[in-house]
Design a protein around this ligand. Structure first.
Ligand code: NAD
Length: 304
């Protein structure tokens, strides 16, 4: 059987495929026309957020039985076309949870202790000690919005740091909350009581601009907002206003309504914001786990 790997994949994942006796063909990010040629005789394809597996690609692959996405989102795969052909689609949604959680915690520290700001000033030759008064996290309250895979990991670390943990999630899992020493609250209470609010919800209709002007105004003026979920969970214009006018103290953002974030965006002009370019899942471990998990699922689907 033949597997087309159409995006960079960890070598351990390739090993899993080869050990199962599959022929592996690798080509990085082929365009649609090239992909149509490549899929003619393959039993499986593995992609990441690229390339797109369109209806045209699926229709050009008579032997295709499974499509693997090393990672979470499936928006680059025509799921309807796959379903019509009875092609299985597998992914690795939990592979990056810990990495995203650790980045969120990193952003909290970076904002709370003004680490990125201080670093920028040092490089400008400015010893900005007086402007770098920070806050400790121990004893503070963290509000985790969305208590799923990533929210759970964030809460576990926050609990170990001595923070009080509040959760907001329409599907509360009380047992898991107890395990990490947290309790559920409604969103309004969470926003009012938290010193750090961190977002870990999927982007769906109900979470589009979940954090808007009205909700930012509920937060403490000393509070920090972290978004490592999806940019559009926060109303960016309202956030810029909140940061400029001091409704909240700072923000750490890994995701944006427009990616890449335009270089002259107002967020880049604010000292109380730490920005990273959507790197939540960018760790050696997450990439390895994502690849291996998908490779194992492909083996299972083709052989099982
Ligand atoms: P998950 O599905 O395990 O958890 C999401 C949680 O959000 C669930 O418990 C769900 O009940 C809850 N939820 C749904 N709607 C809600 C609402 N309206 N209000 C509050 N909670 C709500 O997902 P996950 O694996 O923890 O990932 C969360 C999100 O993180 C993903 O959807 C993705 O957008 C984002 N993500 C970002 C990166 C990155 O690189 N920064 C990487 C991976 C995932």
């Amino acid at each position: 059987m033949k597997v087309l790997v159409a995006a960079p994949l960890h070598e351990k994942a390739i090993e899993v495929l080869k050990n199962a006796g599959f022929e592996v063909v690798y080509e990085e990010y082929p365009d649609e026309d090239r992909l149509v040629e490549l899929v003619k005789d393959v039993d499986a394809i593995i992609v990441r957020s690229k390339p797109k597996v369109t209806r045209k690609v699926i229709e050009a692959a008579p032997k295709l039985k499974v499509i693997g996405r090393a990672g979470v989102g499936l928006d680059n795969i025509d799921l309807k076309a796959a379903e019509e052909r009875g092609i299985k689609v597998v992914n690795s949604p939990g592979a990056s949870s810990r990495s995203v959680a650790e980045l969120a915690i990193g952003l909290i520290f970076a904002v709370a202790r003004k680490i990125a700001f201080a670093d920028r000033k040092m490089r400008e030759g400015v010893w900005a000690k007086k402007q770098c008064m920070g806050i400790e996290l121990e004893g503070k309250t963290i509000g985790v919005v969305g208590f799923g895979r990533i929210g759970y990991q964030v809460a576990k670390i926050a609990n170990a740091l001595g923070m009080k943990v509040l959760f907001y999630d329409p599907y509360p899992n009380e047992e898991r909350a107890k395990e990490v020493g947290g309790k559920f609250a409604d969103l309004e209470t969470l926003l009012k009581e938290s010193d750090v609010v961190t977002l870990h919800v999927p982007l769906v209709d109900a979470t589009y601009h979940l954090i808007n002007e009205e909700r930012l105004k509920l937060m403490k003026p000393t509070a920090i907002l972290i978004n490592a979920a999806r940019g559009a969970v926060v109303d960016t214009d309202a956030l810029v206003k909140a940061l400029q006018e001091g409704w909240i103290a700072g923000a750490g953002l890994d995701v944006f309504e427009e990616e890449p974030l335009p270089a002259d965006h107002p967020l880049t002009k604010l000292d109380n914001v730490v920005l990273t370019p959507h790197i939540g899942a960018s760790t050696v471990e997450a990439q390895m786990r994502a690849g291996v998990e998908v490779a194992e699922k492909i083996v299972e689907a083709l052989k099982g």
